[in-house]
Design a protein around this ligand. Sequence first.
Ligand code: NAD
Ligand code: MG
Length: 392
Amino acid sequence: MRNVAVLGATGSIGTSTLDVIARHPHRFRASVLSAHGNVAALAGLCERFRPELAVIADPALEGELARRLASAGVRCEVASGHTALAAAASGGWCDTVVAAIVGAAGLDSTLAAARAGKRLLLANKESIVLAGPLLLEALRAGGGELIPVDSEHNAIFQCLPGGRPELARSGVRRLILTASGGPFRGRARAELATVTPDQACKHPKWSMGRKISVDSATLMNKGLEVIEAHHLFGAPADTIEVLVHPQSLVHSLVEYVDGSVLAQLGNPDMRTAIAHALAWPERVEAGVPPLDLAASGALQFEAPDLDTFRCLALAFQALRAGGDAPAVLNAANEVAVEAFLAGALPFLAIAEVVEAVLAELPAQAVVDVESLVARDGEARATARRLLLAACS
Ligand code: NAD
Ligand code: MG
């Protein structure tokens, strides 16, 4: 029996994870559940899944969560705050942690799970973009394993011999990450000046949280994934390519020096990657309908438009600059996306803010988590100052 901590249980990945867990009650058990502020939803999940521990990130809501659980007759430990999240990820309640919190807020618990040697199912890509080398070091020290849940990285993991080999020695020439192109694929820059958050969040193929949906519309999501692939697979920037594939059936590809290209295909449903990562190296049913290629029509592939979707070019720039540049990129992007979602920043200005923050804060070497978190704060403050200047 695998005891699984689902951190970010009320979100899109959390919901898909719980769906897979519920299909296999004799294999998987949701032993820890967490949410940011939606007490009612978290209490409802606790009633259904009966975890040992429930954590609400907002400490002001711990009392209400305890009251709701008591009145529903649910007996489980209750905790709150980010320290409790990290403790939940590293403690004896679980052997497996699904890191499905959105943004840099997931860093502490992801690192804690790695240090404690858990099986880490990584969806929270911002934490590896922010602290890649430190997360890998924590994994080595903890002796656990990381199975990527991001669909592209899960696909690459499946196409590599033994999951994560030394690429050059295995004859790998390129990692090719596919991108749907998002809701604005094919649009010219000028057409994007007035797009709204709701339009940006209407993804053609995937149903996801609002932050990653905006990242998919700007292609920053693919940029973060390029950096994620660099760390996960030890791949230099020049060996990672992005290919737009609007049908989202080919989730990524690995090209070998002999000309072979291996791809992983499936319907666009995160339960495939989650089930793969939970059961690995075995396979379990995920509730995903079989892929019907005869009915799906032509598969298209095209190069990304880096002039219109500048965030992808900025991510490559940050990866090549190295050091803490990816952390700066990520922090500036989180602030800009939040402002866009709040209606306070135009869509095209997201890339402008990220570019300006990268220019103000040149890359420095990564020393430790504390200095990275300080740099993350500095980048957020710089982005907010630029936002204020742009709005005044
Ligand atoms: P979401 O917004 O649907 O859910 C986020 C979850 O995190 C919620 O449970 C929320 O309560 C919790 N949360 C939010 N802020 C928090 C905070 N400050 N502290 C603690 N908890 C907090 O997001 P999502 O779409 O499920 O994405 C989660 C992560 O997975 C992101 O990093 C995203 O990039 C990644 N991811 C998502 C998908 C997808 O299909 N949704 C695919 C690949 C990767
Ligand atoms: Mg992805």
